[in-house]
Design a protein around this ligand. Structure first.
Ligand code: 13P
Length: 268
């Protein structure tokens, strides 16, 4: 988390990916709200509470369940997130969902550039930049995902790849006017049970912050929330969050159960 004196806050996002029909989504969102409320009432009891600014929680259901999750989390303070967005503003793009449509549906935050889209759907840095710009234009928060593959790490290119992915966006976006977070998700750690060590995460997060500082200035870099994602579970969340420069978590599999998700959220 942020070193003392810097108040970045903490953001924990549950990315449900292509899981859950509407009834199950409604139930999970309601259970998460109940579990968070129960934890809040015993704040401090978990043994790890963040210093400084507060903890925010976001849920990213599939598009088809956005409305039921919106209704289930209303009034709870949990943010409604989407997993992706179109690169275009509107028009003849069959199957796409625009940033304005997401805003219209009540979405507050959009995840962009997830590795399952970069590697599964061929999204380039240029497409990711377009998507980030659409989200900013719509006035929504954006979480930019970056991360190297296992082959890139083995080739000693992890930092270079991540710096390129970060630079492609932060050099083209005015961070003073955009609400942007970055999520570092090493591809080899996603859904594999292999987590980056807390030290690996700390080092890469520091590198990301330095890349942002070089492109957008030290103030923007210090204010930036950088989440870690990749096999985050209740038993490794606290050690990851304890690292300087690790300001939150982007959680896949463990976010599909309210109890495990609520457990990775620090008390506040
Ligand atoms: P897992 O937590 O299932 O590894 O997924 C991470 C992720 O991709 C979150 O966006």
């Amino acid at each position: 988390m942020a070193e003392s004196g810097v108040r970045r806050g903490v953001l924990i996002t549950g990315n449900w990916k292509m899981n859950l029909l509407r009834a199950a989504s409604r139930e999970l969102a309601a259970s998460v709200v109940r579990a968070l409320a129960a934890r809040r009432s015993v704040a401090g009891g978990s043994g790890f509470a963040p210093p400084g600014a507060g903890v925010q929680v976001a849920l990213a259901p599939p598009f088809t369940a956005i409305d039921v999750v919106r209704d289930a989390i209303r009034g709870s303070g949990v943010l409604l997130a989407a997993q992706d967005v179109a690169a275009a503003r509107e028009g003849a793009h069959t199957g796409e969902v625009s940033a304005a449509m997401l805003a219209d549906a009540g979405v507050e935050l959009v995840i962009v550039g997830h590795s399952e889209r970069r590697h599964g759907q061929g999204e380039t840095d240029a497409i990711v930049l377009d998507k980030v710009q659409r989200v900013i234009e719509a006035g929504l928060l954006v979480t930019l995902c970056v991360g190297e593959t296992g082959a890139e790490r083995d080739a000693g290119r992890a930092e270079e790849v991540v710096a390129r992915q970060v630079g492609a966006v932060v050099s083209r976006v005015d961070l003073r006017r955009a609400s942007l977070q970055i999520a570092y998700e090493p591809v080899w750690a996603i859904g594999t049970g292999r987590t980056a060590t807390p030290e690996d995460a700390r080092r890469m997060h520091a590198r990301i912050r330095a890349t942002v500082a070089a492109a957008a200035g030290g103030e923007a870099a210090q204010a930036l929330i950088i989440q870690y994602g990749g096999s985050v579970k209740p038993d490794n969340a606290a050690a990851l969050l304890a690292q300087e420069d690790v300001d939150g978590l982007l959680v896949g599999g463990a976010s599909l159960q309210a109890a495990s998700f609520a457990t990775v959220v620090p008390s506040w």
